[in-house]
Write a protein that binds this ligand. Sequence first.
Ligand code: ADP
Ligand code: MG
Length: 321
Amino acid sequence: MGEFELIRNYFAAAPCAQGGEGIALGIGDDCALLALPAGEQLAVSTDTLVAGVHFADPCDPFLLGQRSLAVAVSDLAAMGAHPLAFTLALTTPTVNADWLQRYAEGLNLMAQRCGVGLVGGDTTRGPLSLTLTVFGRVPAGQALTRSGARPGDLLCVGGELGNAAGALSLVLGQRNADAAVADPLLAHYWSPQPQLALGLALRGKATAAMDISDGLLADCGHIATASAVSLLIERQRLPLSQALLAFVGEDAARVAALSGGDDYVLVFTLPSDELASLLADGWPVHVIGRVEAGQGVTLLDGNGHDITPAIHGYQHFQQTP
Ligand code: ADP
Ligand code: MG
C-alpha cells in the first residue's frame, strides 16, 4: 500500500473527513480552507504524541486514536473555543492495515463526539508519532486565556482529578484491579472527554482558564504567572473519585490529583458572584481554593497551613506571597 492509498483508505474515507461546519475545503488539495463567521477568531493548537514517550508502544490503536485527538481538542475547550477541524501528521515505521484501521476508528469516534472534521495532514515513514493540530472559533476578545485571574476570584476545577495518573500502573500492566475500579480509571486515561461545553459556558464568566495536562500544581503555576497572582489550593477540597480512592488510597490519590497530570479537566478562576448560576445550571464546578495578591501556587491543609510539596520539578511553585 502506497502513501496515497493509505491516506485515501483510512483517513480521507473516514466519516469524520466528510466536511462539517466551517469546512469550505477538506482533504485532497494543498491546503484545507476554513470559513469563519464575521467577528470570530481562529483558535489553533498542536500536540505531538511520541511512542514510548507519551504512550506505551505497542498499545491498542483504537484507544490511541481516541486519546490522541481528545488531548488536542481539550486545548480548544480550555480557550472556550467552538471546535471546527483538525489535521493529522502521522509518522509510522510500517504500514499495518489493521493498526491503521483501528487507529482511524478510534480517531473517528472521538472526532464525531467532539464535532471536529479531519481536513488534512501528512503521512511519513519513521518512528511512530502523531501530531494533531486542532482549529476552533471564538468570538473576538472572548477566548479564555490564562492571564485574567484577579485577587478575590475563586479557583475551580471542572471535575475529579488524578484518575488518569492513577490509571498509569494499570495501563503499563504493573497492577491489576477489579473492573469496577479499573474501568473508570482506564476510561479516563484512554478516552478523556474534552470539556468543550463547560468551556463555552465559562465564556464571559471565568477570568482565566486552562486544561490540566501536567498536573494541577504545575498548571496552576502557569495561571499564577500569566495573571501575576497567587493561587491558594485547599487540599481537602480536591475532588477525588471513589475508584481512585479505592485503588490507591487517600494519600496517593491526593498526590495523583496534585501532580499526576493527564486529567484534561479545566481549571479556572471565577468571580464568586458567578458561581451560583453555574451550579444551578448543573455545570460540574468544584471550588478548590482562591486567588490572592502575590505570586505562585500554595497548597494549604485543613488548618490553613502551607504544605506545598517540595517535589523536585515543582520548586518554583513554592513561592508564597
Ligand atoms: P502535499 O504534498 O501537498 O503536502 P500530501 O501529498 O502530503 O500533500 O497529502 C495529500 C492530501 O492528503 C493533502 O490534502 C493532505 O492534507 C492529506 N493528508 C495527508 N496525510 C494525511 C493524514 N494522515 N490524514 C489526513 N489527511 C492527510
Ligand atoms: Mg502540496
